[in-house]
Design a protein around this ligand. Sequence first.
Ligand code: PLP
Length: 399
Amino acid sequence: MNKDLSQLQQYPFEKLSTLKAGLQPPAQLDHIALSMGEPQHPMPHFVIENLIAHMHQLSNYPSTRGTLELRIAITDWLQSRFKIQPGMLDPEVNLLPVSGTREALFAIAQCVIDRSTGDAMVMMPNPFYQIYEGAALLAAAQPVYLDCLPENDFLPDLDSVDESQWARCQMIYICSPGNPTGAVMPAEYLRKLIDLAHRHEFVIASDECYSEIYFDESEPPPGLLGVAAEMGNDRFSHCLAFHSLSKRSNLPGLRSGFVAGDAKILEKFLLYRTYHGCALPSATQTASTAAWGEESHVVENRRLYREKFEQVLALLSDTLAPQKPQAGFYLWAKSPIADTEFTQRLYAEQNLTVLPGRYLARDHGSGNPGENRVRMALVAPLDECVDAAHRINSLLATL
Ligand SMILES: Cc1ncc(COP(=O)(O)O)c(C=O)c1O
């Protein structure tokens, strides 16, 4: 067996199941899950109809590079969303469709990391989406955790990395808007990181799968490629951005996203992917083309999240008092008692499941930055989220 597999931790939801094992929630309350970030707003009908109408395409092998129509639809979307001048992104070389960002965020490490150096490092935020760590470990690289703390606006502290670490860094994962913190990386932060990537020759893998979930319609979060283009890095060198229809269009089961940016890396990634065998089914590609070309369902999706955040934050403002995130659909709230105990009591006494923050982060010597925080995904319908806030308040009244 591959020895590196032994370095993988249990996934947070498995740890959560163990934590809840043996607890008996009150039977008169229906279960509410705020633990998993699975979108539950309605899927856009036109995408489903499009998918069904193209099922006959199952009779052909799909192309790994993706159809030109899909690549053009994505290019148009990127240009308009991130104010990238037409012509800078070439649909022939600057992007590839992926089976959801999870798959691609994992696979990119297999493509980019040169294990022959024997000392490769992969930087990542802490707390973080667990795939980054597994990807680094299975590419024989050392994960380096950059704590995201309130004093740094929940952004990885780039100044905490020393020159010798940058010299070994082959890739950095960033996540903006962040899961679980909701922190958005400002353009000047991204500019600084792009400069560092050029100086030290590493790749930026920017996970932007929450980029379309934000509160102010006039202030969409910046993205890596938009900032690179603005800096004159019109080849997007060292830059890769990962996007998905899962959160934007409430289609987590479609398994559809894309990676865009540096053509030199994507050429090799396409080669890797041809062997890996992860082409999107043709019907998925056609339906995705339709989804990337339509924005009104995304605006409506944001309205639903805005409504939930307003009501839930109002109910919790004098009690748990979570900070409103800058974007995304998570609350990253401080827990009044240990995060694991708070999670257990919410389940045992209120039949409500949240995720202990410590399961999403690592202690690499200065404490676990997720400890005594819980992540709550406001993905359930409005009435359930409001009910959940009341249940949290009921438990808090007993502490
Ligand atoms: C930060 C982050 N990145 C990537 C993903 C993967 O999303 P998908 O593979 O559905 O695009 C998730 C899913 O929850 C996530 O939270």
